[in-house]
Design a protein around this ligand. Structure first.
Ligand SMILES: Cc1cc2nc3c(=O)[nH]c(=O)nc-3n(C[C@H](O)[C@H](O)[C@H](O)COP(=O)(O)O)c2cc1C
Length: 222
């Protein structure tokens, strides 16, 4: 099979080098348009879209194929309100006491504070848990590289949400153990982060952040 000929191989289409370059460039342009959103419109979103995004996340590679992630999808208003209340308690403590000054300085360009209205505004909160192990038939089934694996799955989830035409915020209250209690998850599932998902509020002003260039993030030894 010559690399420049298009044709099917193992059920997948082999593209020409030009097509590969174009596809990779298109995907990069598309991903560069992804931005975190901290204010959402209340426009409804079909759960089928969220299910498809979670299915895509479930395609992630994982250490020894343990798939050590658990997603909890929250659309219920009362539950979102409880999560917001607990998260804001943690945040008030973080912003006024626990956060080192350097961290607060680094957060300034993002204009964040202890108020997290997006936790109620967003039609969906996706709580991601990292499973240190799984109980199968009373037997402890240990995971490997659960943090890395869950991080990769979350990255795919964020890309899938963006691809669907929605936006999200990766949200990490500095202490998240309250999620186990509110969402009734066992202690060996570690709260990883929350993704607030929806359409951006038309009034949301995106912080003026810069992304590092290729030379800043990659070293090529060819
Ligand atoms: C692991 C992680 C944790 C984050 N936690 C928060 C958070 O708690 N609150 C928040 O407003 N943004 C949070 N963010 C979003 C970042 O601030 C945002 O990704 C960064 O400023 C770059 O902006 P962009 O996503 O629009 O490119 C988090 C992002 C990541 C990857």
């Amino acid at each position: 099979m010559t690399p420049n000929k298009s044709g099917p191989i193992n059920g997948r289409v082999v593209l020409s080098e030009t097509e590969l370059i174009n596809k990779s460039a298109d995907f990069n342009s598309f991903m560069q348009k992804r931005r975190s959103v901290r204010s959402f419109s209340d426009k409804n979103i079909s759960p089928e879209i969220i299910k498809n995004c979670i299915r895509a996340a479930g395609s992630a590679p994982s250490g020894a194929n343990k798939q050590p992630w658990q997603f909890v999808i929250i659309g219920d208003s009362a539950l979102k309100r409880r999560i917001r209340k607990k998260a804001e308690e943690e945040e008030r403590n973080f912003y006024s006491e626990r956060a080192p000054q350097k961290w607060l300085d680094d957060l300034k360009p993002l204009a964040t504070n202890a108020d997290k209205p997006f936790l109620e505004e967003a039609p969906y909160l996706l709580a991601v848990f990292e499973k240190k192990y799984e109980m199968t038939g009373g037997i402890k089934n240990i995971s490997y590289y659960s943090k890395e694996s869950t991080g990769i799955a979350t990255g795919i989830l964020i890309a899938a949400i963006h691809n669907a035409g929605l936006s999200c915020l990766t949200y990490t209250p500095s202490r998240m153990n309250f999620l186990n209690e509110i969402l009734n998850r066992p202690a060996h599932e570690r709260p990883f982060l929350i993704l607030a998902v929806g359409y951006p509020s038309p009034e949301y002003i995106y912080p003026d952040i810069k992304r590092k260039g290729l030379d800043d993030i990659a070293l090529f030894i060819l």
